[in-house]
Ligand binder design. Structure first.
Ligand code: GAR
Length: 211
């Protein structure tokens, strides 16, 4: 059975969607950089081992990442899933796990990297917004994109209403991608996404649609 580790910083709703998806693997641990993260209790209530490594206790980003990497390696995971993990990772950390490190980001990358993505989307006036799952590389929110889901932006949206619709899509696509990886159908090959069994798609989506 393959093993995976999930990293969180807060609420952990993406973590819950992963844990509840019946993935073909064992979640060896949920690790948070914030001891107060609500997601830790949600993981523990599902019988998953949890660990908090408070980043505020470390003098440098390198020292924190070294401890975090050692804790992850203890579980010898096949896959590491960032699920609302709000720390920028050092290049060393990313290289150590490259090819088995995934992230979910609440925008249609490469648009709107960083934080406050829903406000960024509203300010930019885009008609479509969404989320992306990608392999993590040293470029912040810049690794090869595996899957995306889009939602239309409504005229009366604020960051909260838009974010809620995006989050529902996050909960759909992240477990799907994790399953592909754990099934051995998804790999990073020469810096590109290799997805076995991917079929061609056709057609287009127009937003808005006017009768
Ligand atoms: C999610 O929307 C996730 O995509 C985002 O934080 C939220 C965490 O919610 N992640 C990032 O912005 C990473 N750059 P959750 O804790 O309920 O999963």
């Amino acid at each position: 059975m393959k093993r995976y580790v999930i990293l969180i910083s807060g609420r952990g709703s993406n973590m819950e969607s992963l844990l509840d998806a019946g993935l073909p693997g064992n979640c060896a641990a949920v690790i948070s950089n914030r001891p107060e993260a609500a997601g830790l209790a949600a993981a523990a209530s599902r019988g998953v081992a949890t660990r908090a490594i408070d980043h505020r206790g470390f003098a440098t980003r390198e020292a924190f990442d070294a401890d975090l990497a050692a804790e992850i390696e203890r579980h010898a995971p096949d896959l590491v899933l960032l699920a609302g993990f709000m720390r920028i990772l050092t290049d060393d950390f990313v290289r150590r796990f490259e090819g088995r490190l995934l992230n979910i980001h609440p925008s249609l990358l490469p648009l709107f990297p960083g934080v406050r993505t829903h406000a960024q989307a509203l300010a930019a006036g885009v008609r479509l917004h969404g989320c992306s799952v990608h392999f993590v590389t040293p470029a912040l929110d810049g690794g090869p994109i595996i899957a995306q889901a889009a939602v239309p932006v409504q005229a009366d949206d604020d960051a909260e209403t838009l974010g809620r619709r995006v989050l529902a899509e996050e909960h759909r696509i992240y477990p799907r991608v994790a399953r592909w990886f754990l099934d051995g159908r998804l790999r990073l090959v020469g810096g590109r996404v290799c997805l076995e069994g991917e079929t061609a798609v056709s057609g287009s989506l127009h937003v808005p649609q006017i009768a």
